[in-house]
Design a protein around this ligand. Sequence first.
Ligand code: SF4
Length: 224
Amino acid sequence: MDTTPDTVKDAQNPPLSVSLLNLDDITEHESPNAFNCSAPDVVFQELPHHISLAFTIHGCPFACAGCHSEHTWDAESGNALTDDAFLAYLSQYQGLISAVVFLGGEWNRQALTNKLKLAKAQGLTTCLYTGGNHVARSLRAHLDFVKLGPWIETLGGLDSTITNQRFIELKDGELWQDRTHWFQQNASSSSQQNMLQNSSQNNLHTTQTLNTFTHQQGVSYASA
Ligand code: SF4
């Protein structure tokens, strides 16, 4: 008999159907053009098969217990990512990246939509990491991938086989394919490599813990 609490089952099985993001009550400071972010990083793991420029947007309202990016919760911290600043970054990395990843920012829907449109216009693949289980239709229209779900320490990130989080490929603005297994395959492969390395070093008791990602709540992007 399955004794898993319903709350855990719900978290492990977020609905794949989508509805409007339930953050309407916290968008009173929404600016159509800018939100604040940290300096972007070139990342390889957050969106498999791509070299991405990742923007950590400040002001996350989800307040997950155990968040590794609590220092970014203040929306006034960081620097304004205006459209001009965003375009300057894309120009700086032109030819070096194939995608942009936004770690948060969905609470400022218009500003994020504008950035996604600018990235798409340059032929870049787009990805959003959100702590919510839903993404607004207006955002989905400009996204190729989305990571859904809050950080729940007992369930782990995308590399965990019991994670509540899902990494979804979108098609024509709708959730299309669950690609979470991409991260779990990487985790398995990396774990084997680590075990081999440790074995060769005659250090069988300290199998290196995989440094894979979970959203901003433990993501292994360069500045974390
Ligand atoms: S874990 Fe991610 S979604 Fe949760 S509070 Fe931290 S930044 Fe926000």
